[in-house]
Ligand binder design. Structure first.
Ligand SMILES: Nc1ncnc2c1ncn2[C@@H]1O[C@H](COP(=O)(O)OP(=O)(O)OP(=O)(O)O)[C@@H](O)[C@H]1O
Ligand SMILES: O=C(O)[C@H](O)COP(=O)(O)O
Length: 396
């Protein structure tokens, strides 16, 4: 991989800054509503603590002004339950109080510092050399002996705690980072035929993935669904009706043209829905493409499409999923997601990228994937063949 990992770090007795990504959905009471990302980092934290590290853990939660912008107190409480070592919470990130909390650590102890994004610099993006001169980095770099970046899900952000600290401190990839890079950077070694299921509502992201993997010869088949599938359906010449079209153009005015370009170049590899599901009088109603247009938005693929996609997965070597096939949050429109993702889990090798995609698997109880990425945007960047700022600085 060409990046130093925990195997290269002499941990015992050293103070290690560890960046994790435990940015999580919160409930109405402000407490954690889902702790999947905390679970993901337990391996790295536990290993460092078992090996005698003193850990200053850094993380962000939400975005300034957003509903989920919050302190990390509940995250520390939950991590305390998940780890076999003590972890305290400090309501400061790099002030004298924070630095004192770090200096007070014994081997095998951790402190979770306050949400890095309480400080405006951490919500800006900088080239690494400039990030290295920010207050956060300037004050924390002298009090840690090493830095471990395990925050794969934030690796596409060129922010001080991601790219600045590694410019000043010996730095290593944590186990989550290592595994994510290993899997998502080496897709070209996975068994064929390689089938991508691209759905969801971020149509532009799905087009980027489709274009990149088709251009690079990585994809043998692309199964389109969700709003992305609706755009491909429109691009194939079907009048999908105004509500579905409006939903697409609201997100991306040129979506249909982009889908047309992909179909004209790679049409034989791109599967388009044969039927869709809409809501009528509160019920799910399936509509074949010969019955379109309809005056309601298509919120799921229909049963024929789901069955056809399940067939493709029967013989798939690798299944790569990004974006749920329907509005899975509503049971009526979860059918496509349940069927298609359920079949994908049986492929010889299967990879899942995308926050909502992973959430759909948890909600529908679909298991058996080889790799479920912790990252949304970061996984997408790797799937489209781009380098991640966090990884570039670890390489240097
Ligand atoms: N036909 C559809 N119409 C509208 N929304 C849809 C449709 N199909 C799926 N969705 C919605 O797409 C959303 C997820 O899409 P998205 O592209 O954001 O997935 P993701 O890439 O896994 O997530 P993220 O980018 O947040 O990591 C879900 O909330 C789902 O309800
Ligand atoms: O949830 C995520 O995708 C990461 O934690 C990054 O968060 P951000 O998109 O607010 O930078």
């Amino acid at each position: 991989m060409g990046i130093p990992t925990l195997d290269d770090l002499a941990v015992d007795g050293t103070t290690v800054g560890v960046r994790v990504d435990i940015n999580s959905p919160l409930g109405e009471d402000g407490r954690l509503a889902d702790d999947a990302r905390l679970h993901a980092h337990v391996g790295t934290l536990q290993e460092l603590l078992d090996r005698g590290g003193k850990l200053a853990v850094l993380a962000h939660q939400g975005r300034p002004g957003g509903d989920e912008f919050a302190t990390l107190e509940d995250h520390a409480r939950r991590l305390g339950e998940l780890l076999d070592h003590p972890i305290t919470y400090c309501d400061a990130t790099f002030s004298a109080d924070a630095r004192d909390a770090i200096a007070d650590l014994d081997s095998g102890e951790a402190v979770l510092l306050e949400n890095t994004r309480f400080y405006s610099e951490e919500y800006m993006e900088f080239p690494p050399a400039e990030a290295a001169e920010t207050f956060l980095v300037d004050r924390l770099a002298p009090v840690v002996d090493a830095f471990v970046n395990d925050a794969f899900a934030a690796a596409h952000r060129s922010q001080p705690s991601i790219v600045g600290l590694p410019m000043r401190v010996d730095s290593y990839a944590g186990r989550v980072m290592e595994r994510e890079l290993d899997v998502l950077s080496n897709i070209d070694d996975t068994p064929r035929p390689r089938v991508y299921a691209l759905g969801g509502a971020k149509i532009a992201d799905a087009f980027d993935v489709a274009e990149s993997v088709l251009e690079r010869g990585l994809a043998d088949e692309i199964l389109t669904s969700g709003m992305t599938g609706n755009a491909f359906l429109a691009a194939s010449g079907v009048d999908i009706g105004e509500p579905s079209m409006d939903a697409i153009t609201d997100r991306d005015a040129t979506a249909v043209e982009q889908a047309e370009a992909l179909l004209s170049e790679y049409g034989e590899k791109i599967h388009v829905p044969e039927d869709v599901a809409v809501e009528r009088d509160g019920e799910r109603v399936e509509v074949g493409i010969d019955e379109l247009p309809v005056d309601a938005p298509a919120l799921d693929v229909g049963s024929d499409t789901a069955a056809a996609y399940v067939d493709v997965f029967e013989t798939a070597g690798t299944a790569i999923l990004n974006g749920p096939p329907g509005v899975f949050e509503e049971e009526r429109f979860a059918h496509g997601t349940r069927e298609i993702f359920g079949a994908a889990a049986n492929a010889e090798y299967s990879i899942v990228g995308g926050g909502d995609t992973a959430a759909s698997l948890r909600q529908l109880g679909i298991e058996g994937f080889d790799h479920v990425s912790t990252g949304g945007g970061a996984a997408l960047r790797l799937l489209t063949g781009d380098e991640l700022p966090a990884v570039e600085v670890l390489r240097e």
